[in-house]
Every structure is written in C-alpha cells, then in structure tokens.
Design a protein around this ligand. Structure first.
Ligand code: UDP
Ligand code: MG
Length: 318
C-alpha cells in the first residue's frame, strides 16, 4: 500500500458499539478526499470485546492499523501512541464515540490545504451533555486560559488536524502527564479554528468520569503554569501585611480601652486558617514534586501488546 497522506487516530476504551459506525463514517469521508489514508485504532485496555473487533476490522481492511495496549493508560496517552505511529502528512485526532462528526475532517483538511499547520475544531454547541459537564468544561477552559502561559483556544477538545511538522515536534515532547491540546498550541506554527456542533455520543457512556476530568485539569494547569506555586507567595504577603497592620491596632486598642481582642476563638480561627493554607500549599508543591518524580523515573509512556512496527524514521526514544 502506498504510504498514506492522512492518518486518522481514534482512541478506544470500551467502545464496542461505536467502532463499526466510526469505521464506516471515517471511510466514507476519507475516500472522498481521493488520497490514501490510514485509520489508527488505539485500544486503550478495553474489556468489552472492542479489542477483538479491532483485530478483525484490521484483518479485513488494510487501512486500519491497530495498536493494542497492555492495559488502560488513558485517553491522552492513547492518542500519543497514535501520533507516534502515524505516517500521514496530516494527522487527525478524533473521538471514537462520534461526538466529533467525521464529516468535519473535510473542513479541517481544507484549512490545512490553505497552509495552516494546526487546525483545531471549536465546539460551537454541545448537544446531549449534562449541565454539569458543560459548565465545568466551560469554567475549566476559561481558568486554563487565564493562568497558563500558552494561549490554549477556548472550547476546543483534542479533535484537530496537525501537520507532519507539528507531529515531529510532539514526538519529541515525552512528558508523562500530558495535555495534548496545550502541547499542540505550545508548538506554534500557523494555527486556526473551525467551528462545529458537538454531537451526543452515538452509543455507550462517557469514559471520562469526574476523577479523570479532574486529573486532566491538573495536568493542564501544572503542565503549563506555575501559578499554583506562586499562590502561596501571594497569600503569604497578604497575611504578613495583615499582621503588620494588626500589631499597632491591637496595641492601641489595648492602651485606649484596656481590653485586648477577645482571645480564644479569634486565635483558633487564625491558627486553623493559616494551618489550612499551609497544608494546601504543601499539597500543591506535592503535585509538582510527584510530576518531577514521574519524569525522573522516565518509564515508557505506554506498553504496546500488539501493534505495527514503528515507522523507521520516527523518534523511538519512548
Ligand atoms: N478513552 C480512552 N481511554 C480512556 C478514556 C477514554 O481511550 O481511559 C477514549 C474513549 O474511548 C473515546 C475518547 O477517549 O474515544 C473520549 O472519551 P469520552 O467520549 O468518554 O469522553 P467525553 O467525550 O465524555 O469527554
Ligand atoms: Mg465523548
């Protein structure tokens, strides 16, 4: 088979009912480009039979390249593996649950043809998602935008097209705690957004419970900002300033009225408050230290149980 011009990457964690529909819609769209393409299905430790279905699909369709992980490593790592193994001149990342309509890929490609190296899909509307998910997502994107150094476009997920040049850079970025949208924004080059309507899931339940979302948010913040670390400094200055002001106030009150501030409760509240702030600050430092530790261990990002050979010219220092 000629080497593909386009690579579509879909991470899969228990998406049995979505895989056939995903394949057909991606095939439909990609055939319309008239160029050779490949679909990398990364099985992220599925236990519902998705693995077998992916194997079968790959046997019957040479365009499908399966990468089967030894266990669940998480969505961001699964996509990373897809990027590492991709061969196309342009690489498209898409969710397997069809919330990102494959038809939008043609819009992404049109912008790529105009010369943009990163074309991200912006969610103009979200359908079929809970109020909680929509609100936390909106808040999260805005918080990240405010406190990080990289201007990560608002309301974008991982649904995007990246040019081979960006792929090469991202293959060099081996950080263990990954936030791919931030990483692809950090790279630079010419970037542009295309709006689309995010659909409800085709089948199945979300594989992103609150815990995983929270972890992703922490990775985004710690990966692109020192702000949480600086927070302790700011609070320290404020409390130190307050106490400097408090000293003469208490002294004068004592001289004039003869009574000090009422003691125990006030003291207790101040001690508890500062104790709490100090513990939180320690926890924040801990988050960063844990990440430094993971980087120092330098374990492989993922373990492939079954998969194709890596393209010969790509970065192999996993
Ligand atoms: N996914 C994955 N590993 C995980 C969790 C999710 O590969 O540990 C995949 C999942 O199969 C889907 C994509 O990541 O293709 C996005 O997940 P999901 O649709 O559950 O997230 P949501 O759209 O609800 O944020
Ligand atoms: Mg989804």
């Amino acid at each position: 088979m000629t080497s593909p011009k386009f690579t579509v990457i879909a991470p899969i964690f228990n998406e049995l009912e979505n895989i056939p529909e995903l394949y057909h819609r991606v095939k439909d769209v990609m055939d319309r480009t008239g160029e050779p393409w490949e679909l990398i299905l990364v099985d992220d430790g599925s236990t519902d039979g998705s693995t077998e279905l992916i194997r079968k699909l790959a046997e019957n369709n040479p365009r499908v390249r399966p990468i089967i992980f030894a266990r669940n490593f998480g969505h961001q790592i699964a996509v990373t593996a897809g990027i590492d193994y991709s061969q196309g001149d342009a690489v498209i990342i898409i969710d397997a649950d069809l919330q990102d309509p494959p038809e939008v890929i043609l819009d992404l490609i049109a912008k790529w043809d105009e010369g943009y190296e990163v074309v991200f899909a912006v969610r103009e509307e979200r359908e079929g998602e809970t109020w909680f998910k929509r609100t936390t997502a909106a808040l999260f994107y805005r918080l990240i935008y405010r406190i990080t150094d990289v201007k990560i476009p608002l309301d974008t997920g991982d649904f995007r097209l990246i040019d081979r040049k960006v792929v090469h850079v991202m293959q060099q970025m081996r950080e263990k705690h990954r936030f791919l949208r931030g990483m692809s924004a950090w790279v630079g080059f010419r970037q542009v957004g295309v709006t689309y309507k995010r659909q409800p899931r085709y089948a199945g339940e979300t594989k992103y419970p609150f815990k995983k979302m929270f972890k992703l948010a922490l990775n985004a913040i710690t990966g692109f900002s020192y702000f949480p670390l600086q927070l302790a400094t700011y609070i320290g200055f404020i409390t130190a300033g307050l106490s400097v002001v408090a000293i003469p106030v208490v002294a004068i009150l004592r001289l004039i009225t003869g009574t000090a501030l009422l003691g125990q409760a006030t003291t207790l509240i101040v001690v508890l408050f500062l104790g709490g702030v100090q513990l939180i600050s320690l926890g924040i430092i801990g988050e960063y230290i844990g990440r430094i530790y993971d980087e120092a261990k330098n374990r492989p990002l993922y373990i492939v149980a079954e998969g194709p050979e890596m393209p010969a010219n790509e970065n192999k220092s996993l």
